[in-house]
Structures are given as C-alpha cells and as structure tokens.
Ligand binder design. Structure first.
Ligand SMILES: [Zn+2]
Ligand SMILES: [Zn+2]
Ligand SMILES: [Zn+2]
Ligand SMILES: [Zn+2]
Ligand SMILES: [Zn+2]
Ligand SMILES: [Zn+2]
Length: 465
C-alpha cells in the first residue's frame, strides 16, 4: 500500500530536535545537534571513507550510493553513521546532514530503505515519500517556516502575482522600518541564503515550498511557539564598524558612516533591547534598569539619567541611548555629548539597590499635592493643614527638586522652578536635578548603593575560604 508523506510530522520533528538541542541562534549550529545526539549519531566524511578503503571519489560515491551523503543505521538507531561528501560546499553539506538527520529522526529505517545496492529494488513510491519527508525536515530544521516568514515580512516581501508572468512569487511589495532608507540591494533568495547559511538551491526550494509549509501551521495545527525564540545572528550592520543597524537608520550610530550597510553575521556591536516610544522615551533606564516612570517624565527618578536621546541638531530626532551619532542626520547625540553614554550598564542591571529602593515606594503621600503623610526622617505625623515643612525636623514635606539660582543677584535672586516629585525620587523626573530627599540623605543614592554592593562582591572574592 502506498504511504503518503506526513509533512506535519516532519515539521514537528524538526522543531523537537531544535528545541531539544537548545538551538537559540540562526544559522543553526549543526554541531550542537550532533553533540546532543552524539550517543547515537556519528558524522563521517567521504575523504575518511576513501582513505579507509583506498578508493577515489567516484568509487566512494558509487559505494555509498550518493554524490551528497547517506546514512547507515545499525542496532535499532543506537548507531547511525552519516556520511557526507566533504568535497561539496559547506552550505550544501549543511543541507545534506540535515536531510540525513531527517531520515534518522523520522525513523525511516523502520521501513524499507534505500541502502547502497538496493536502491533499484526498493519501492520507488516509498523512496519518494521518504525523500520528501527528509527534505521537509531539513528545510524546517535549517530555516523554520515561522522565521522565514518573519524575515521576509520584515523586509516587506510577500507572495504576489508577478504582473509579467502571472505566477505567484515572493516580491518586495511594501516599505518597512528595515527597508526604509536602506540603499543596499537585496533579494529574498539571498536573504535566506545568508540568514540560514543555506545554498542558493536550498534557498529557492525554501521559498517555493513556504506557502505549502505555512499550511502545516494554519491547517494542521503545528505550533510555532516551540521554536519562536530562536534569534538571528545575521543582520544588517555597518560595513565599516560592524555595528547593528538601528532601523531605519541612514547613518551608522557608532561611526557615522552614511548609508552603507550589509546583511551579514559578523556583527561586532549589538544594541541593548530597549524600545523607544513614538515620543522618543526609553521603556527602561539603560543606567539603573528602573522602568517605573511617571507619565511624561524626562529623567529617571532613581539615577537621574535623561530618558530620551535626541541629537544635538534636532529635538525631534530620537535615538537609542547607546547611539553616539543620530541615525537620521549624523549629528552627535545628547547622551554622547553629556557623557551619560559611558554610564550605561551593559552587563545587566544592578538590581540589588533597586529592590532596596522599592521599599521606599511604600511611603504614603497625598496623590494631588505629593505631600507625605508622615515625615520620612523623624516619623512625625502631626502637620498643620498647609504645612510645607516638618515642624519637628524641618524637612520639606514635598520631595521637590533642589533650589537652584539661575539668575538675578543676592538681593533679587532668580530661581528655577521647583517640581514636586514622588517620595522615592532621587532625581526630579521633570528637570533631572537632585531632589531634597536625596540631598538631605533621607533617600540612599543609586550610585552609593551600587558601590556598596560592588564592594561586598569584591570582599567575597578575596576571602580565601
Ligand atoms: Zn535521502
Ligand atoms: Zn559604523
Ligand atoms: Zn536610572
Ligand atoms: Zn539628528
Ligand atoms: Zn521630620
Ligand atoms: Zn525639577
């Protein structure tokens, strides 16, 4: 009886292997998969085989029955030998090995299988079925449907009717943040070749069979979630300093080179995953990790960092906090100019102090006047209705930013406006100046806490036991 290919099973198996091997980056590292299954799968090259039997390549191909590769499966899958033709290009071999892995994981050796010598005898239909399944496994292992689709759509590529040939093709049909301002030419096939490190042939097949594979998800209930978290290591980056391109940048935000980006894997600098709102605000403070901001605030209340990075030539050009140059006009940015860029915490945030500071959020205050209901310094609760200061210790009951003279003279000094802040703010969310509670030592400073914590860690290191 003819067995029809079960592509759903092939796709699911490929996902399973990716997740079991903890693959988290494209191009898929096949060595990692082989290592995960090293107990059962071994890799052998054609050259080793030729040496062993003292034969030339043609004889080797004939003996192994394929110009690309083949698998010998012994002892009920406990010992699988994958032979691959190491004279072929790397990309070709990646597919060959993935294909052979398909035969193994799909347990094709339980059925009649083509081993050297019996290829003619085996049922041609079954052979085709198994080949189809192994290929489906291989393309979904190296270039999973979900990620292929995401990559194409990020580049504005969709399946359209070619007006000349009337055939459906993957064509650039819209402008996206990635393609906006991007002068470098690219085509869908080339993108996939680079992103997944596959051959031109495999890339074409990937594109041709993509709608077919999408159906596996849409109509056969394949869940893409299992492998969705795999990231790309190949991305657009500056041809000179290899910094990741912040779409839709015109300029490189590190070296200021204009308009020269490439799609490659040799990225030297990645940006921190900080999102920037339409009005330029960061969703998290890149210095201290605080993300509890009052609406419309311009500065981090914990460490005082500005929460936007406009360039010095336009307040409307919003940049990533790590950008030294404006992506839009190439001017230097505020964060670079002010030196805040050097205080960015790249090795993960210091959260110990933040937790300590969380406690201070429990200080009660009036939501309209920001006046505390208990003096945080002497714990006096007895205030007159309009009291501005604690009558016992003299502390301001509203945590305003410190007074700053900005003009006038000693007789008629002119002061900057003082903004009311939440009781746990070290810095004014409005103007970035220190607050009275920090100045008076009622609140611990973020830097102080951080240094203390670092000193503690240092102590732990030097103790010899
Ligand atoms: Zn095969
Ligand atoms: Zn650059
Ligand atoms: Zn901060
Ligand atoms: Zn600018
Ligand atoms: Zn007091
Ligand atoms: Zn202020």
């Amino acid at each position: 009886m003819k067995r029809f290919p079960n592509y759903t099973h092939s796709v699911e198996k490929a996902q399973e292997v990716l997740s079991e091997s903890e693959i988290d980056l494209f191009p898929v590292d096949l060595r990692r998969i082989l290592k995960r299954f090293s107990g059962m799968i071994k890799l052998r090259s054609y050259s080793a085989f030729m040496k062993k039997w003292n034969i030339d390549l043609d004889e080797c191909k004939k003996m192994l029955g394929s110009p690309y590769g083949m698998t010998r499966c012994l002892k009920d899958y406990d010992e699988c030998l994958i032979y691959f033709n190491d004279f072929m290009p790397k990309e070709t071999n990646r597919f060959t090995i993935a294909h052979e892995l398909g035969h193994i994981f799909l347990r094709h050796f339980d059925e009649q299988v083509c081993t050297p010598g019996n290829r003619e005898q085996i049922d041609n239909d079954l052979y085709k079925t198994q080949e189809g399944e192994a290929n489906c496994f291989a393309r979904n292992l190296l270039s999973p449907t979900y990620h292929t689709e995401q990559l194409l759509s990020a580049h504005g590529i969709s399946l359209c009717k070619n007006p000349k040939t009337h055939a459906k093709e993957w064509i650039k049909s819209s402008i996206t943040p990635v393609t906006l301002n991007l002068k470098t030419r690219f085509d869908p096939k080339g993108l996939l070749e680079s992103a997944f490190q596959i051959s031109a042939l495999a890339s074409k097949a990937r594109l041709d069979l993509l709608p077919w594979d999408i159906n596996q998800y849409t109509y056969h209930g394949v869940d893409s979630k299992i492998t969705e978290n795999i990231k790309h290591s190949v991305m657009w980056n500056c041809t000179r300093c290899h910094t990741e391109r912040l779409h839709p940048a015109i300029y490189c935000t590190q070296c200021r080179q204009k308009g020269r980006f490439q799609f490659s894997g040799d990225v030297e600098k990645h940006y921190m995953p900080i999102s920037i709102s339409e009005n330029g605000h960061f969703n998290i403070c890149p210095v201290c990790g605080n993300s509890d901001f009052s609406e419309g605030s311009s500065y981090c209340k914990i460490c005082g960092a500005p929460l936007l990075n406009p360039c010095r030539s336009s307040s409307k050009h919003f940049n990533h906090p790590e950008a030294r140059f404006c992506a839009e006009c190439g001017a230097s940015t505020n964060w670079a100019h002010s030196g805040w860029i050097d205080r960015i915490n790249h090795d993960g945030y210091y959260t110990g102090g933040l937790q300590e500071m969380e406690k201070e959020k429990t200080v009660e205050f009036d939501k309209t006047t920001f006046r505390v209901t208990e003096c945080p310094r002497c714990h006096n609760k007895d205030f007159s209705i309009d009291a501005e200061y604690c009558k016992i210790c003299g502390l301001s009951l509203v945590n305003r930013c410190v007074l700053e003279q900005i003009g006038g003279d000693y007789r008629e000094p002119e002061y900057a406006p003082q903004h009311a802040n939440l009781p746990d703010a070290r810095y004014c969310e409005c103007c970035g100046k220190e607050t009275i509670f920090l100045y008076e030592g009622v609140l611990k400073s973020y830097n102080g806490e951080r240094e203390k914590e670092q000193a503690k860690e240092f102590d732990r290191d030097v103790i010899p036991f």
